[in-house]
Design a protein around this ligand. Structure first.
Ligand SMILES: Cc1ncc(C[n+]2csc(CCOP(=O)(O)OP(=O)(O)O)c2C)c(N)n1
Ligand SMILES: CC(=O)[C@@H](O)[C@H](O)COP(=O)(O)O
Ligand SMILES: [Mg+2]
Length: 645
């Protein structure tokens, strides 16, 4: 790492000659494989942008010039070149974030990992430069996958309107999101990628341009010049031409000299310009290059020489869902599946292999996915849209006004619901049970274990006149939690042993995968002489009609959810109790209304007090306060005695 360790900032790159730059690229690849194999992370995407990031930081002057990354998962090289080379705690508590982070560096701008937003940011920053008269540059790196997101085209529409507003758009085209990128855009990029495709394009253009008076012939010569591989020709290009955008490319995204030449031309161009770079996801690391599924898009801890996982993963929620979907697919020919460019991560791979004509990859286009689902349902099918909880946020209006308003039977399966942890604040699935509370008719299921997931998925797809949601956590599915009884549609997980006529103290409403933790709370309360009934509502929206009368038979209600407290399940239950005239005190436990820094799931849960000892301590204090049970001793003091074995 002779060269890499001497790079403390982008300007240190200026003194390197071509051979040294190639050596630096090799050192960076070695570093990435060595470091990320130990911590896990986005290895494939970052191996694909080594030369591109070096060239960007040689041509542009960050942080005065803004170098922006879409999604941000491919910013590890950017971090290495901007003074951050300790990857030992990447995505771990107190370590580097897996995405750009303003707290880490002045070179970082966009922190959220939600795709297709970079061009919007760039548009705004370019406008700000224009209004303030700053001559700084804005360069936005967007992947071919992120380009399939609608927001990217909303931004392009605006960017193309301002012919005199400098802005450099770098398309990092590695032909993949996770899987190969889908759709018409991908096909268009392909024609620009391959020389013969370009020739076909030129052949079509030649005839047209020869008929075009005055400008036709010179323009054809310009285009012809571009074909020869001297890629720094500024020329109008197909779809981008239709938008009025200038196009440079295609450029070999692993040839630093070619990249620098193209980026320099683009930088000088006094308007919006696209630099189309061809890169290879996973480049330089055979296990990644050979990974047909997703080129090691996101890996766990792996053996660096083989790329194989160090530890075998247990049964996870995603697999349980995927297997049940295949069974349902055989039983229900009307069931189809939708993914937003994440077929394998959301567990639909087997469904796609079994029913290739009944699965739709819409690209990174969750809003379109939701509207298309409304169309599919109206057409007599039952779509199951599997998506990470946090990514459904952007499709809220489509769920509300397209799916729910029209009473469409669509099932949204939200993976990575609740605290995910290591992927940082924008990946926690912590908002769904709040924002979806306001959707009339929509029903939400939060299964507590694998059997419940299977059962509730089936219940959901049986609803054909309203949207249904089934949400579950990231990672390994917990132990089976048996019911000891039912009340209304709710499962009773624990009943206290009471004297004749004794009123139980606490009704604990346990939501989803937190059931084992809630049973621990009940055990801790039991040691304090506090009797607790634990129920799992199974369907948290609408609130079960049996809940108010059950609550009325207790002294206090406690709700526990892996969702933001504001407007969550606890709030909905509190409102239902009020409406039913049940004035039993209620305490709702959940995620506080703030962004959660990256750390492990358990570290985050401990930090926000969503653990059995924390909850038991608070509930003990609440019950003690209710009846002054501990005499003069303050309830809080007494509650502090609770410790976790
Ligand atoms: C709104 C949204 N949906 C889904 C994702 C999950 N996701 C992260 S990266 C990625 C693929 C990105 O492909 P591309 O933009 O081509 O970048 P590459 O990884 O190929 O460099 C997806 C689907 C996301 N981050 N944001
Ligand atoms: C960048 C992005 O959004 C995805 O790659 C995400 O990081 C994957 O998360 P999981 O690792 O939980 O599948
Ligand atoms: Mg890509």
């Amino acid at each position: 790492m002779a060269l890499l360790t001497r790079i403390t900032g982008p300007r240190d790159l200026d003194r390197l000659g071509p051979d040294q730059l190639d050596q630096l690229a090799r050192e960076i690849r070695t570093f990435l494989v060595d470091a990320v194999s130990k911590t896990g992370g986005h290895l494939g995407p970052n191996l694909g942008v080594v030369e591109l990031t070096i060239a960007l930081h040689r041509v542009f002057d960050s942080p005065r010039d803004k170098v922006l990354f879409d999604t941000g998962h491919q910013s590890y090289v950017h971090k290495l070149l901007t003074g951050r080379q300790d990857f030992s705690r990447l995505r771990a508590k107190g370590g580097l974030s897996g995405y750009p982070s303003r707290a880490e560096s002045e070179h970082d701008v966009i922190e959220n990992s939600h795709a297709s937003t970079v061009l919007g940011w760039a548009d705004g920053l370019a406008k700000a430069n224009q209004v303030t008269g700053r001559k700084d540059h804005v360069v936005a790196v967007i992947g071919d996958g992120a380009l399939t997101g609608g927001m990217a085209w909303e931004a392009l529409n605006n960017i193309a309107a301002a012919k005199d507003r400098p802005l450099v758009i770098v398309v990092n085209d590695n032909e993949r999101s996770y899987a190969p990128t889908i759709g018409g855009l991908a096909n268009h990029l392909a024609t620009l990628r391959t020389t013969d495709g370009y020739e076909r394009f030129l052949a079509r253009s030649k005839e047209l341009l020869n008929r075009t008076p005055v400008v036709g012939k010179p323009l054809y010569e310009t285009l012809h010049g571009a074909k020869k591989g001297i890629k720094d020709v500024i020329a109008p290009q197909g779809m981008f031409e239709d938008l009025g955008l200038k196009y440079v490319g295609p450029i070999d995204g692993h040839d630093i000299a070619a990249l620098e030449s193209a980026l320099t031309r683009a930088k000088r161009f006094n308007g919006p310009v696209i630099v189309h770079c061809l890169t290879e996801k996973g480049r330089g690391y055979q296990p990644a290059v050979q990974d047909e599924a997703d080129r090691f898009h996101a890996v766990g801890v792996i053996h660096p020489d083989t790329g194989l996982p160090v530890s075998a993963a247990g049964l996870d929620w995603t697999s349980v869902f995927g297997e049940e979907m295949v069974k349902l697919g055989h039983e229900r020919p009307d069931i189809v599946a939708i993914t937003a460019a994440m077929l394998q991560p959301v567990g639909l791979q087997k469904f796609a292999e079994t029913f290739p004509d009944r699965v739709y990859d819409v690209g990174i286009a969750e809003q379109h996915g939701a509207v298309s689902a409304a169309g599919l349902a109206t057409g007599g099918l039952h779509p199951v849209f599997a998506v990470y909880a946090t990514f459904l946020n952007r499709a809220f209006d489509q769920v509300l006004m397209d799916v729910a308003l029209h009473k469409c039977g669509v099932t949204f399966v939200l993976d990575r619901a609740g605290v995910t942890g290591t992927d940082g604040p924008s990946h926690n699935g912590m908002w769904d049970m709040s924002i979806l509370q306001v959707v009339p008719g929509l029903r939400i299921a939060a299964p507590r274990d694998a059997d419940q997931l299977r059962a509730q998925l089936r219940e959901a797809v049986d609803v054909d006149d309203a949207p249904t949601v089934v949400r579950f956590s990231k990672g390994a599915v917990g132990p089976a939690v048996a019911a000891v009884g039912t009340v209304g549609g709710m499962d009773v997980l624990r009943e206290p042993e009471l004297e004749e006529g004794e009123r139980p103290d606490v009704l604990l409403v346990s939501v989803g995968a937190l059931a084992p933790m809630c049973l621990e709370v009940a055990d801790l309360l039991d040691k304090q002489g506090i009797s607790t009934t634990v129920v799992d509502p199974r369907w948290v929206k609408p609130v079960d009609e049996a809940l108010p009368p059950l609550a009325a038979r207790h002294r206090v209600v406690v709700t526990v959810e892996d969702n933001i407290r504001v407007g969550g399940v606890g709030s909905a239950i509190a409102q239902t109790l009020r409406d039913a005239g049940v004035d039993v005190p209620l305490r709702d436990f959940g995620i506080p209304p703030r962004f959660l820094d990256h750390a492990s799931r358990n570290e985050v849960l401990a930090e926000i007090g969503l653990t059995a000892p924390d909850i038991a301590r608070q509930v003990t204090g609440l019950v003690a306060k209710l009846d002054g049970r501990y005499g003069g001793e303050s309830a809080a003091e007494h509650a502090a005695e609770i410790t976790h074995d």
